[in-house]
Design a protein around this ligand. Structure first.
Ligand code: FAD
Length: 315
């Protein structure tokens, strides 16, 4: 069976959910092998096995984490050269895309970014122009290198062995061009990361700056909080929570937009969500053109009732 490499996204061995999604997707394309770069493999191993990694290429050593992305591209390039996998999958994060670009140059391969699906022939689907068009494309040269958006696939476990294969690389001077001088651990909030969350509850100008109802629903659903640019520009919510063309792209199982009109620039960041629900008091709001379920009403009346019902059913 064709080998599909998956670059593991992790922090000191704590594997991010997107890796379980990529392994699940890789299983539909061939035999998944994970590539683990950095420290903490022992903590990651069970999770990689649980999601079907038959083999894990492990490159450990402080050199690999001391410098910004280049060493990861070097590790991947070496494995691609030695093992000729059928494809390499990475997460469509800023880091994943940079590594993908470098790997493509190193291996003389084509790269596709922001895929939302990949079929058995390695044809990737990308959602473009604010989600109004789906492009299907495939790599015609070298090893297909494809970055996949978080939440594009639902992770499904399938136990495998995760056989360890050690990899050692020699870093070049250019790999060492950008050194990490400090790491500041982000204070962990109780909520999941916006781009990784299975559920996102977003608020817009309709909140009038009061995000307490949005946050209460998000917490009841164990969701991340998103915001429209109108809300972030007004200083009502941090810019890092902005969803849209100039914010983050999310593709959760459920996206709930409250008091958001549905401008094309907002849609660009959430249109590939699996199920979209909107609460808006204006029945003509453009957001209703793309929803699966819509509630016409005042969010300050609708959302608290929804939160109460969720809490009640969970109890
Ligand atoms: P509005 O468009 O003002 O809509 C507010 C909605 O709330 C209305 O539909 C109203 O009916 C409803 N409402 C009001 N009160 C209530 C209530 N009590 N209960 C229920 N509903 C209520 N926008 C983004 O979001 N993300 C981006 O990344 C982004 N990038 C941009 C890039 C460029 C280059 C440009 C030009 C614009 C960008 N925008 C972006 C801005 C975008 O065009 C819209 O202005 C913005 O999305 C509007 O935010 P909104 O829907 O919250 O506000």
């Amino acid at each position: 069976m064709a080998e599909i490499l998956v670059l593991v996204e992790h922090v000191d061995g704590e594997v991010k959910k997107v890796t379980s999604e990529l392994l699940t997707l890789a299983r539909s394309l061939g035999e998944p092998s994970a590539v683990f770069v950095g420290a903490g493999f022992d903590a990651a191993r069970d999770m990689l096995a649980e999601f079907g990694a038959t083999r894990v290429y492990v490159a450990e050593g402080s050199d690999l984490t001391e410098f910004v992305v280049a060493p990861k591209a070097t590790v991947l390039a070496q494995i691609v050269t030695e093992h000729s996998p059928a494809a390499v999958l990475l997460a469509s994060t800023a880091e994943g895309k940079e590594i993908a670009g470098r790997l493509a140059v190193r291996t003389g391969s084509g790269v596709l970014t922001d895929a939302v699906a990949i079929d058995a022939e390695l044809v990737a689907s990308q959602s473009v122009f604010g989600g109004s068009t789906v492009v299907r494309s495939s790599v015609t040269h070298g090893t297909p290198i494809i970055t996949v958006r978080p939440n594009a696939t639902s992770p499904v476990a399938a136990q495998a062995t995760a056989e360890r294969v050690d990899v050692s690389v020699t870093l070049s001077d250019s790999d060492k061009a950008a050194r990490v001088v400090d790491r500041v651990v982000k204070e962990k909030g109780g909520r999941p990361e916006l781009t990784e969350a299975a559920i996102v509850v977003s608020g817009g100008r309709g909140t009038n700056g009061d995000f307490t109802v949005i946050e209460a629903l998000a917490d009841a659903l164990h969701a991340a909080v998103g915001a429209s640019r109108a809300a972030t520009d007004a200083g009502w919510y941090p810019h890092q929570n902005q969803v849209g063309q100039t914010g983050k792209t999310v593709s959760p199982q459920l996206y709930l937009a409250s008091g958001i009109s549905g401008a094309i620039q907002h849609r660009a960041g959430m249109q590939t969500s699996k199920t979209i629900v909107a609460v808006n008091k204006d029945s003509e709001a453009p957001i209703f053109e793309l929803v699966d379920f819509g509630v016409i009403g005042d969010l300050f009346q609708v959302i608290p009732q929804l939160t109460a019902e969720v809490v009640k059913r969970k109890a």
